[in-house]
Design a protein around this ligand. Structure first.
Ligand code: ATP
Ligand code: LTN
Length: 368
């Protein structure tokens, strides 16, 4: 498998973490191609807080993969966001590699995008501090994700969980992203990021783009298989709630067959049929067929036949992905190279923005 540009010399061991923000050297190293300069910039990420789910794929990654030619794409794996809930360090490390291999296996081509770890680029946390000083705490308390995570039994309601959306705003503004493709659950966080950017621009002077959300209709909100009122989430406790991208065919079929459905046996989209509606949405997003077409095809079938057909479609869809994943996860050298190259580009951008922000906020320029 070829690396993105040059051999960076990373062979084994852990990727070299970026330490300080060497503005000059970094900026000189960065040479965007002409075509990249003219493209709008998108940035989006996922947390390595668990194994990626079908919700992550259909609501997010699938849509990112078709944007590579049209946009300059930054795909951080937002590992700093993953520690706002209780976690095991060794698990985080393993899941971060898994997430990277899954990004690439899902079609995020590192030759056409910048994939990196949030924790490898200095600037995310620094900018988030500055932005936090412009963010009313009341706004953070109103965030649905905070309220849901804080209400989970045994949750540690730490300051990081509350400030989570400010770090997300920093991720986006650090690169002056034009668009942010996310699932519907992130709409509120994006609205907050836009407000924070506007507040910075008004307080100091015009600095940040106001990023636009980019929410694809198909798969925008994949719901839990056991509770269709709740989104499918990778940190769900009950394994039956979510299809994981790495689930075996047997597991996939079992989860789909035991997904909660509604009374009756008609396969159609209706307000009082959230369970079947969710499965229809999944079927449609996986096969790129319309809901109407599926309703027609399964008009005479019961839930069992419909669910088995959905399981077949999912297994067929995930098989080539899993095959690519298995090859990638074995190749740490390649993964390190992808991260190193992604970090170099990201760090150069981040330093540029951060030095501008520091200047505008009244800090004395760093002495060399
Ligand atoms: P956690 O459960 O740990 O909060 P998550 O899977 O909800 O994790 P991320 O990994 O940070 O969240 O999400 C990555 C992307 O996947 C985001 O753009 C998010 O909007 C999208 N996403 C997550 N869950 C769903 C879902 N059920 N339906 C559609 N999109 C989703
Ligand atoms: N908060 C998001 C993950 C996330 C993100 C970002 C998404 C962190 N930083 C920047 C888009 C852009 C989530 O929970 N899915």
């Amino acid at each position: 498998m070829a690396a993105k540009t040059i051999d960076t010399g990373v062979r084994t061991g852990n990727p070299t973490p970026e330490t300080a923000c060497n503005f000059q050297a970094r900026t000189l190293n960065f040479r965007p191609s002409m075509s990249d300069k003219q493209k709008p910039l998108i940035l989006t990420g996922a947390k390595p807080s668990g194994e990626l789910t079908l919700g992550n794929y259909l609501g997010a990654i699938k849509n990112w993969a078709v944007m590579l030619d049209q946009y300059e794409c930054f795909f951080p794996i937002v590992d700093l966001h993953a520690i706002t809930v209780r976690y095991v360090p060794a698990e985080l490390r393993r899941r971060t590699y898994q997430c990277l291999a899954q990004y690439i296996a899902c079609g995020l081509d590192p030759e056409k995008s910048h994939i990196f770890l949030q924790s490898h680029v200095t600037g995310h946390t620094e900018l988030s501090w500055i932005l936090s000083c412009l963010t009313p705490v009341g706004d953070l308390h109103r965030m649905t994700q905070f309220k849901e995570k804080a209400a989970k039994p045994g949750a540690s309601v730490n300051a990081g969980l509350l400030f989570y959306p400010v770090l997300m705003a920093a991720d986006i503004l650090l690169y002056n992203a034009d668009r942010v493709p996310v699932g519907e659950d992130q709409k509120q966080h994006l609205e907050l990021a836009r407000n924070i950017a506007q507040r910075f621009n008004q307080t100091y002077s015009e600095t940040f783009n106001i990023p636009e959300p980019f929410i694809s209709k198909a798969g925008a909100r994949v719901m839990s298989l056991q509770d269709p009122e709740k989104k499918m989430s990778k940190s769900d406790e009950n394994p039956g709630e979510a299809i994981l991208l790495l689930d075996s065919p047997k597991e996939i079929r079992k989860k789909i067959l035991s997904a909660v459905t509604d009374s009756g046996r008609e396969v159609r989209m209706a307000e009082d049929k959230p369970g079947i509606g969710n499965l229809l949405n999944i079927f449609s997003a996986v096969t790129d067929r319309s809901i109407e077409e599926l309703e027609k095809e399964f008009a005479e079938s019961g839930y069992g036949e419909f669910k088995n057909a959905l399981a077949d479609a999912l297994i067929a869809k995930l098989e080539p992905f899993q095959e690519r994943y298995r090859r990638l996860i074995e190749d740490k050298t390649y993964m390190h190279r992808v991260l190193k190259e992604g970090t170099e580009v990201a760090q150069a951008r981040a330093c540029k923005t951060l030095s501008k922000v520091y200047r505008k906020a009244g800090f004395i320029e760093r002495l060399r």
